[in-house]
Ligand binder design. Sequence first.
Ligand SMILES: Cc1cc2nc3c(=O)[nH]c(=O)nc-3n(C[C@H](O)[C@H](O)[C@H](O)COP(=O)(O)OP(=O)(O)OC[C@H]3O[C@@H](n4cnc5c(N)ncnc54)[C@H](O)[C@@H]3O)c2cc1C
Length: 468
Amino acid sequence: MNQYDLVVVGSGPAGRRAAIQAAKLGKKVLVVEQGKRVGGVSVHTGTIPSKTLRETALNLSGWRERGFYGRAYRVKQEISADDLRRRLLITLDHEVEVLEHQFARNRVQHLRGKASFIDAQTLQIVKDDGEIIRVSGTSILLAVGTKPFRPDYIPFDGKTVLDSDELLEIEDLPRSLVVIGAGVIGIEYATIFSALDTHVTVIDPKTTMLDFIDKEIVEDFIYQLRDRNMKLHLGQKAEKVERTPDGKCSITLDSGRTILCEMVLFAAGRMGATDTLNLPAAGLEADSRGRLSVNPETFQTSVPNIYAAGDVVGFPSLASTSMEQGRIAARVAVGAIAKEPPKFFPYGIYAVPEISTCGLTEEEVKERGIPYECGIARFRETSRGHIMGLDSGLLKLIFSLKTRRLLGVHIVGEGATELVHIGQAVLNLKGTVEYFVENTFNYPTLAEAYKIAGLDAGNRMGELVAKG
Ligand SMILES: Cc1cc2nc3c(=O)[nH]c(=O)nc-3n(C[C@H](O)[C@H](O)[C@H](O)COP(=O)(O)OP(=O)(O)OC[C@H]3O[C@@H](n4cnc5c(N)ncnc54)[C@H](O)[C@@H]3O)c2cc1C
């Protein structure tokens, strides 16, 4: 009775997409989720909460309108943590409802409990009430995701020194915040709080940040952060974090400097959530960061009937890519054809301002020795930018001089995460600079920046000379 074609552990983007895919192919599928509600980190503590928080912060603070009405402009004068949470709860309820409906419609069974291996085909599930059941799967997919890395030297207390999960539960907005870790999560939250007028300081031992993004875009981004008075202590390590008697926090850097603040967010890394899976019983082993290695084409682990997908397999650790990995893993697991996804996928960093990118950076193009040319457009050159009062925003296109094909698109500014998909389509369809030069774009739009950047590059590259 408890035998399934596919048992999926975890109901985040990888698990849910895999389960629905296998069910659509007529298979008997069970999803096991230890959380109170389905959806995973993506719905409950990661992607959706942080993006909802961002949207609420930008709306209530009137951030997008300040270009016109000045830096003092606010839609709501006193913004509370409650204001931020209210919208979050509504959004999360909606996400869970949609997901539960998808499971019901596709006859995916789901069970609340914590799964661990008995052997490579059998899992033990400990339910909330203590009942233990066993389930077997011809194939098993581990889509268990990650949890925040919490080193011993950080005195987490859930109130003033927090990880990114706990940040969603705060009762008051801090007047000052130190973010330890200048990765995507740290930078997103740092800039969201800065938009809410919190004094934000970011600390990271590396001298650079967001190294996988085109350098020119990161430079523009950093300029904007400094311009609004965010402090970036790059190349410095937070050696000690202490609470002071008056309830504040004191952070001592390796340079000897001390920073005082009301709240600390520690966002320096995440660990694969594999520690309670009893992996050795299935013949598996995780790396030092709790991650599993898989065949990148099939998502099969070293044990043939066990698959892993999503953040637990490491890079790129995005909800978007996790879904695709889950879909491919499920198809392979049930013996269906699984086509490799297109080469280039977009990255979105929902900071304030947004960054989004797809394809090769200028640094990568140089490294590969490809002769290239760039085209740049600033949003303030577009009529839509004037209407919106934008004084920042940059779109950069990189083209091969030899083939004239688009090699990379890199954007910082309003709407970057949506705009990038035009560039992504041209990239994956192997389009050239002529696409941007010859096509008509809606006017007035920010997408018109593609036309401007295309013309900029086209002018530098010269006309395409007809052959023969
Ligand atoms: C703050 C933050 C912001 C983010 N923003 C973005 C973004 O803007 N865009 C984007 O694409 N990505 C974003 N991400 C990344 C995204 O959330 C992850 O890539 C995605 O959630 C990974 O999906 P997953 O399926 O691997 O697992 P997860 O979503 O991590 O879900 C795993 C699930 O497995 C369950 N589980 C674990 N162990 C067991 C067990 N033993 N038994 C039963 N259940 C178990 C967990 O309870 C969890 O619900 C963000 C992440 C964070 C933390």
